[in-house]
Ligand binder design. Structure first.
Ligand code: NDP
Length: 249
């Protein structure tokens, strides 16, 4: 029987005392996931590039009396090796482990035929959507291995599973993200590694990809998070190297 993680109903306290890093935590799905993980008991490291947005999420978590999060300011388009190492060092020194890592940050880049795709945009999309996930994961593997039940979630897309015209670097970065997730899962026995496709969700990215669409017909980020909770918590233990949808087709 195939698993449908979007039907999951998380118990209260599912992520109690866990330390989870979420990238792109200042907006859209990342913001909602960070808040939701905190509501289930986790201490969140809010990683992203816009300080004011991360501070707003920080404030909303603290004012709801949830575990005090931390902010890790990083721009994946520009970050260098030391910036990734600084995050890993902070995690190890302050928490001694990392229980969860949600790779969520991405950019759409340019919807264009490959023939006319802007080269600089291609590189930037690959850097933000793919290379940063590799670089961040690599430095955090030791902290993940120090957790009792570590979970890594990569974020893919429908266009990361079947090629579609004009989705350019974004689609290719998502195919590669699925590959990175599978390779990592095969290498790491003690770390659960899976990939997630959020499906059409009401965010700024979706609006820029489909400007003519009626956003009220789409689910909000907070309504697609059951699969995220399932994969982050203990109820998915033993499941690794898989790719899941967050909404029914
Ligand atoms: P948003 O554009 O709403 O949010 C993207 C997040 O990524 C923001 O927090 C943004 O930060 C962050 N980000 C962008 N560039 C960088 C950077 N250079 N460095 C650090 N952080 C950065 O997108 P969604 O919430 O819609 O998307 C979340 C994930 O879900 C993505 O991986 C996307 O590909 C995937 N997805 C979304 C779908 C949808 O319908 N919404 C469908 C399928 C997949 P800031 O706001 O500060 O720029």
């Amino acid at each position: 029987m195939s698993i449908k993680p979007y039907l999951y109903s998380a118990p209260a306290g599912l992520l109690k005392d866990r330390v989870i890093l979420v990238t792109g935590a200042g907006d859209g799905i990342g913001q909602a996931a960070a808040r939701c993980f905190a509501e289930h008991g986790a201490t969140i490291i809010l990683a992203g590039k816009t300080k004011s947005k991360l501070e707003a999420v920080y404030d909303s978590i603290v004012s709801a009396d949830l575990p005090t999060p931390q902010i890790a300011l990083i721009d994946f388009a520009k970050a260098e090796a030391d910036d990734y190492l600084e995050i890993a060092t902070r995690v190890s020194e302050q928490f001694k482990r990392l229980d969860g890592l949600l790779h969520n940050a991405s950019i759409l880049g340019q919807l264009s035929p490959i023939e006319h795709h802007d080269v600089a945009t291609w590189y930037e999309v690959m850097q933000v959507n793919l290379n940063s996930s590799f670089l961040l994961t690599q430095v955090l593997i030791p902290a993940l291995k120090s957790s009792k039940e570590p979970s890594v979630i990569f974020t893919s897309s429908g266009v990361g599973r079947a090629g579609r015209a004009y989705w350019g670097a974004y689609a290719v970065s998502k195919f590669a993200t699925e590959g990175l997730s599978q390779v990592l899962a095969d290498e790491l026995n003690q770390v659960k590694v899976n990939c997630i496709n959020p499906g059409a969700t009401r965010t700024a990215m979706r609006k820029s990809a489909f400007p003519g669409e009626d956003p009220t017909k789409l689910l909000a980020p907070k309504d697609i998070l059951d699969a995220y909770l399932f994969l982050m918590g203990s109820d998915s233990n033993g499941i690794s190297g898989q790719s899941f949808d967050c909404q029914p087709k």
